[in-house]
Design a protein. Structure first.
Length: 165
C-alpha cells in the first residue's frame, strides 16, 4: 500500500513548520521573561507599584528627585569627595545594574554592597528600615518609570546575569 501524495506533503509541511517554530522559539528565548526570584523587580504589578511609590517619596525623592532626576552635576565629586545622588531615570546608571545588585545596594548601602571599605557615600543602608519586599517595591516603581527600550535593556542585563549562574 502506498501513501497518498497529499499525506506525504502534509507530513513534510508539518515537520518543516515544527523545525521553523523550534528555531524561531530558540531565537526568541532571550525575550522571554525570567522566572521570578526573591529579588526580581515587578514593574508591571499594580499592587507592588502602589506600595513602591510612597516609599520612594518618603525615603528616596529628597536625594534622587521627585521625578527621578537626581542631583545636579551627579557625575562630579563634591569638595567632600562624595558624588551627588544619581538620577534613577533613563539618564542615570541605575538600569545598568541587575535586580539583585540594586536590591543589595539599597539594603546594604553602596560601599558595603560593593565591598569597598573606604568608599564614602551619602547612600544610606535601608536594612532594618525597609523590608526586602519594600525595597523591591520601590525599585519596581522606579523601573516602571523607564521608557520601554530601557526596560528591555535592563531585562537583558538580568538575563545575562542569570545565564552565568
Amino acid at each position: 500500500m502506498t501513501a497518498r501524495p497529499w499525506i506525504v506533503r502534509s507530513l513534510v509541511a508539518i515537520a518543516v513548520a515544527g523545525i521553523v517554530l523550534a528555531i524561531g522559539w530558540s531565537r526568541l528565548d532571550g525575550f522571554r521573561p525570567l522566572p521570578l526570584t526573591e529579588h526580581s523587580l515587578r514593574p508591571d504589578d499594580p499592587a507592588v507599584l502602589a506600595l513602591g511609590e510612597p516609599i520612594y517619596v518618603a525615603h528616596c525623592a529628597a536625594c534622587h528627585g521627585a521625578k527621578l532626576e537626581g542631583q545636579p552635576d551627579w557625575k562630579q565629586r563634591r569638595p567632600d569627595g562624595r558624588l551627588p545622588a544619581p538620577p534613577h531615570d533613563e539618564t542615570g546608571h541605575t538600569w545598568h545594574h541587575p535586580d539583585e545588585q540594586l536590591v543589595r545596594m539599597t539594603r546594604l548601602g553602596v560601599a558595603r554592597a560593593a565591598g569597598l571599605n573606604d568608599h564614602a557615600s551619602d547612600m544610606p543602608a535601608f536594612e532594618g528600615v525597609l523590608t526586602d519586599a519594600e525595597i523591591i517595591a520601590v525599585l519596581s516603581w522606579i523601573k516602571s518609570r523607564w521608557p520601554a527600550a530601557v526596560r528591555v535593556q535592563h531585562d537583558a542585563i538580568n538575563r545575562r546575569m542569570h545565564a552565568g549562574h
